[in-house]
Structure formats: C-alpha cells, structure tokens
Design a protein around this ligand. Structure first.
Ligand SMILES: Nc1ncnc2c1ncn2[C@@H]1O[C@H](COP(=O)(O)OP(=O)(O)O)[C@@H](O)[C@H]1O
Ligand SMILES: [Mg+2]
Length: 251
C-alpha cells in the first residue's frame, strides 16, 4: 500500500551537502505492523517524515495505493488517511479530551468516544471532560493522542518512539493498545521503537542505520540474534556489519 522508491534526502551542511537518507526502498503492505529500529541519528524519524510529507525527498518517489504522492504535503496526505503521532504530543489548553476526540472523528458518528478511550486503556468517565493540559501525565497524553489517531480511522499510522517519556505501567498498556488497534482496525502501523515488547508486535523489523535500510528481517530472527550474541545492543547486526562501530551503540 505504501512504497518508498530510491528515496534520498540531502541537506546543506557547513561542509557541503550531507545525505540524511540514501536510496531508501521500502514496501509496506496493508494491515501489517512494521517496527523501524536502529541507532540514534540513523535516519528513522526522517523516514517517518518522508512518509508523512513533512520532509520532501531530494530524489525518489513515495507511492500510496498506487498513487504518486511525493508532491503532497502533510494535510493532503492526512486526507488520504496517513497520520503521524508526534514524539512529544502537543497539549491544548482550554480544549477537553471529548472535544479533541470529536474533532478527530469528524462526521463519523459511528465511532463511540468511550470505546476509543477504552481502546487505549483509559476510563472514559474520568477523562472525557478533562482538559488536554499539563494536568495530564506524559503517558495519559500519549494514549489520548493514540485515541485521536484511532478516531481518524487511518489507513496508515506512523508512531515515532511512542515509549518516550512514559512510565513502565503506561508502556505495558501502550503495547496492548497497539495489539488492540491491530486486532480491531485495518490500519497499517509503523512504529519506530527500540523496545523489545514493541519489536515483538512486528510482522517485519526494518533496521535503519547510517541513512540506509541495513536490513529487513522477522522479529524472530531479530530477537534471536540479540539473545544469541548476548548483546544489549539492539543494533548488533548493524554494528557487526561495521556500518556503525559497536562502541557507538547506545542501546
Ligand atoms: N532538518 C534537518 N536538518 C539537518 N539535519 C537533519 C535534519 N533532520 C535530521 N537531520 C540529521 O539527520 C540524521 C538522522 O536524523 P533522524 O532521522 O532524526 O535519526 P533517528 O530518528 O534515527 O535518530 C541526524 O544526523 C540528524 O541530525
Ligand atoms: Mg528519531
């Protein structure tokens, strides 16, 4: 359903042009979960931003359901059903959870707000009339943001390090939330993550390092390799290939 074809992304640096992404080729299928992992600075968020239309590639094409969407911006892609959860979700002072969810569901009256909150492990009674402000914890905010993504009934949803800044309990709930979404909806899910619990949800694991797709593998093979090598570095494969020196791995 989504194809990245020979995507290159360059920026101008002090020492001339610098390639953030080099010849990225990816093909995502409907209703699957993809987990993108790899070392920090490898280009994962840039790939997400290319998918969303936040970054325009220097070369290459983005195809969605057969349509060339390379020139479309984030709003136009949102209309096609492509959505993105931010690493740090915004807070909206003065807006209630109920209003935020209603905005997300739009005219679709079949989506029940209580069900939505239940999907992300929150009790509707406690949350619908709360303001989306600093009184919500990072984990609560993240789950409400995910509820808005479900509400939009997207075809493709991209989550960039959803575990960032939330406590362990919320994290467990988050992993369950992805399982629920996957079981109930037809959304294709792309999650950028280093967490084993999230990696275990993957139909395919995509390792991005040094601006390139270093490997596309199964969760079984990826996780087995970590155990076998007894390394705490999730990018062990990438390190062993010499793309990134092992010493630079920070997970
Ligand atoms: N807009 C930008 N301008 C300049 N450099 C950028 C920009 N966006 C990302 N980069 C650089 O590209 C590299 C990849 O970044 P990113 O995609 O955020 O990696 P990751 O998400 O894997 O940590 C990093 O070296 C980062 O500093
Ligand atoms: Mg990132």
């Amino acid at each position: 359903m989504l194809k990245l074809k020979d995507i290159t992304l360059s920026v101008e640096g002090e020492q001339g042009n610098f390639n953030i992404l080099k010849n990225i080729n990816l093909s995502l299928q409907k209703n699957k979960i993809y987990v993108i992992t790899g070392p920090n600075g490898g280009g994962k968020s840039s790939v997400a931003k290319i998918i969303m239309g936040i970054y325009q590639p220097t070369a290459g094409e983005v195809l969605f359901e057969g349509q060339n969407i390379t020139g479309l911006d984030i709003t136009e892609r949102a209309k096609l059903g492509i959505g993105y959860a931010f690493q740090n979700p915004p807070r909206f002072k003065g807006i209630k959870v109920r209003e935020l969810l209603e905005l997300a569901t739009g005219k679709n009256k079949e989506i029940n707000l209580c069900d939505l909150l239940m999907d992300v492990g929150l009790c509707a009674q406690d949350y619908l009339d709360r303001e989306v402000n600093t009184s919500l914890s990072g984990g609560e905010l993240k789950r409400i943001e995910i509820a808005t993504i479900i509400a939009r009934n997207l075809k493709l949803a991209v989550f960039d390090e959803p575990e960032a800044g939330i406590d362990l309990w919320s994290f467990q709930k988050l992993a369950e939330t992805f399982e629920n979404i996957h079981a109930k909806y037809q959304t294709t899910i792309v999650i950028i993550s280093h967490q084993e619990r999230i990696l275990k949800l993957a139909d395919e694991v995509i390792i991005i390092a040094n601006g390139e797709v270093a490997e596309i593998t199964s969760k079984e093979s990826f996780l087995a390799d970590i155990v076998k090598r007894d390394m705490d570095c999730l990018c062990s494969k990438v390190c062993d290939k010499g793309v990134i020196p092992s010493a630079q791995c920070n997970r």
